[in-house]
Design a protein around this ligand. Sequence first.
Ligand code: SF4
Length: 417
Amino acid sequence: MTFKNITCPFCGLACDDLTVSAKQNKLDILAGQCTLNRAGFNQALWEKTSTAMMQGKEIAHATAIDKAASLLKKSEAPLIGGLITDVNGVRTAMALADACGAVIDHQDSQAIFRNTRVLQDTGWMTTTLTEVRNRADLVIMIGSQVLDDYPRFFERIIQPKPQFRKKPRQIILLGSWDGRKIPAELKGDNTTVIKTPMESVAEVIAALRATLAERVLDNNQFGGMNSSAIQELAFQLKESQYSVFTWSAKEFDMPHSELVIEQLVELIKDLNTTTRSSGLPLGGSNGSISANQVCTWQSGIPLRSSFAQGQPQHDALLFDSQRLLKNAEADLLLWVSSLRSDQPPPDTDIPTIAIGHPATQFKRLPEIFIPVGIPGIDHTGHTFRMDGVVTLPLHKLRETSLLSAADVLSQLTARIS
Ligand code: SF4
């Protein structure tokens, strides 16, 4: 059977133009293939087990639910982590957190919170993928891993001719491209490459802000750019009718990186006094945007939240799952990863319940493992796009006996309530 206009769940772009053929348990991507979805669809074929396990030994599903519920009931400080799943998976994980007084956090919240802190502190002006594709005449892509993490970003968003612009779009690649090969699709007459280590991006942004404010620069080098290059870029930004800055918080892996993002957000605000400019934070790998959006709409607060006091409480430092595990402040980990088999629970000494991809490659066998279907392959669902403005439907492409993560989490909630 051939499925058309299928949504891909494997990164935050949520491309909805895939054609997939499903025959005798084989899945072939006939259109819309990329490195990430090829890996995701291949992992779906590695299904090792559809049977629940207790410390590596097969057990009946009902027994696994009983044992997991009993561990949750006994726990005084449960942690629900991973959340590498679809919208329904996160909704039901929230309900379970509420029922058992757990902390809830996503695996990639480190990167999420570099952005969230800025949004909470100063607000920001951001745009959507559609706006970028149709209206942006200048796109400044900060970082160098965009095509590793979002392989079809250029093809889907940057390459198409803008619907409302006559002149070709100008592209500036600003990031640590030293020693990295620039992908062929990013090369071209309209592309300028500025090689700057990520640690120096703040310098470039500060120099641009100073130049736009007509201040005199008392230095000649800013993150590998000289002052005339800074002036040229500032002029280009002022002349542009709609510039867009893209960045991936994951690439700002350095202390106080939220201050760099804050500078960038302020530059965008400065530009809006005379022209139009917006930001486009790139994210959503491993379902992180779905997790944060669902958490916010269900509870009014973002991830890194606790239900231990009977109502949701958010604290970005206190309820950081990595910190809780490192400091032994959680006594049970319930890990959800139905999208990826290569994202097992972290190696920890506390008892672990894993609700995950059937081919999960564990570093340490969990107490209980309940294999579940992959959203967008084994069952229907929804995923949030990286710009957070739309959810896209995920489709079921094959028959399986596996339940969804949402089904299993609902069973657990019912069992302990
Ligand atoms: S770019 Fe992302 S969403 Fe699009 S097909 Fe590739 S993995 Fe899927």
